[in-house]
Design a protein around this ligand. Structure first.
Ligand code: HEM
Length: 314
């Protein structure tokens, strides 16, 4: 099957309507995960138990994987996105192979019995004459996992962190949950999870902000810098959940503009709604100065966010 065709299928699944139709399901998944947050005790790590599991469960949903397989799939996938160093990379090989075998089985099952989601969609296209190689199938799943999982995890945990440390913002949101979309837009800007885009090459000599660039130069557009540009948004250093318009580049721009932007926005909204409605007394379990942001450039995020319901809000 041609790459264009494969991309068409994925695009179709990410159409605005298709994504918006997923809202009740995403909210239900978020509510279920929120309900299980303290199942193994308090404090709990919000990153591990919620911000990571929600986007993964949504990708399982999108692919149409059977419910009973999801813990297995989630365990492999968390390994990929938690990657550190070469040893980590080598230890992934068995997981990648296992996932590949598993996806082949899912394709076969969909050929026999049909189903829903992207896997079944690929089989439908195959029936209409396209060929899907197992590499293409695996590549598609990996693209969704790598581009859509960790980014959304950091959006969720970063937003929760900001709300937990600033009760006035949280009160404003809790007063009216229809504000959540606006708030997520500001979290996207303020957290700037993807700090810079993939490299680009200059097409012709140009002067940009006083810097001379020559045709062929390789540049790295800093999305985080654009998001804090005072010419785009007034007082950019202020986290203003009611900011409107919000001129951010959190999802990039141009032909590589994020394919999953609608989905990420929806996941952000559902994650906050489900969590704070379920745990109105949610609080940081440690002093905010103990929360560490990652040092590696590229993705901005928190690795661990210990939360509790033991303490009363001040
Ligand atoms: C908060 C969440 C997310 C953020 C901040 C984000 C950000 C971005 C950015 C900045 C780019 C463009 C990179 C560039 O120009 O070099 C991008 C591309 C992409 N994103 Fe996202 N993303 C998020 C969630 C998702 C989700 C949930 C999915 C899918 C499940 C996804 C799938 C993709 C894909 C496939 C591309 C590549 C598009 C292309 O190259 O044509 N993203 N994303």
């Amino acid at each position: 099957m041609s790459r264009i065709r494969l991309r068409d299928i994925v695009d179709e699944a990410f159409r605005r309507r298709a994504v918006l139709d997923m809202e009740p399901r995403i909210l239900a998944i978020a509510e279920e995960l929120a309900g299980e947050l303290f199942m193994e005790g308090s404090p709990a790590d919000l990153v591990d138990r919620y911000a990571r599991t929600l986007p993964l469960s949504v990708i399982c949903e999108l692919l149409g994987l059977p419910l009973e397989d999801r813990p297995k799939f989630t365990a492999w996938a968390s390994g990929f996105t938690r990657l550190t160093g070469t040893i980590g990379l080598l230890s992934l090989i068995p997981k990648i192979l296992a996932m590949r075998r598993y996806l082949e089985q899912r394709l076969e099952a969909a050929r026999q019995n049909g189903g829903t989601g992207l896997v079944a969609e690929l089989v439908r296209v195959e029936r209409e004459g396209g060929r899907i190689s197992r590499d293409e199938m695996v590549a598609m799943v990996f693209l969704l996992l790598l581009a859509g999982h960790e980014t959304t995890t950091h959006l969720i945990s970063g937003s929760v962190y900001e709300l937990l440390r600033t009760p006035s913002l949280r009160d404003w949101l809790e007063e009216d949950w229809s504000r959540a979309g606006l708030a997520v837009e500001e979290f996207l800007r303020f957290i700037s999870v993807v700090q810079f885009s993939k490299p680009r090459f200059v097409r012709k000599d140009v002067e940009l902000g006083g810097v001379r660039l020559k045709k062929g130069d390789k540049i790295m557009p800093m999305l985080a810098a654009a998001n804090f540009d005072p010419q785009a948004n007034r007082c950019p250093e202020k986290l203003d959940l009611a900011r409107k318009p919000n001129r951010h580049l959190a999802f990039g721009t141009g032909i590589h503009f994020c394919l999953g932007h609608q989905l990420a926005r929806l996941e952000g909204v559902c994650a906050l709604k489900a969590l704070f409605r379920r745990w109105p007394k949610l609080a940081l379990a440690v002093d905010e100065s103990e929360i560490e942001w990652r040092r590696r450039p590229g993705l901005r995020g928190i690795d661990h966010l210990p939360v509790t319901i033991a303490r009363q809000r001040q």
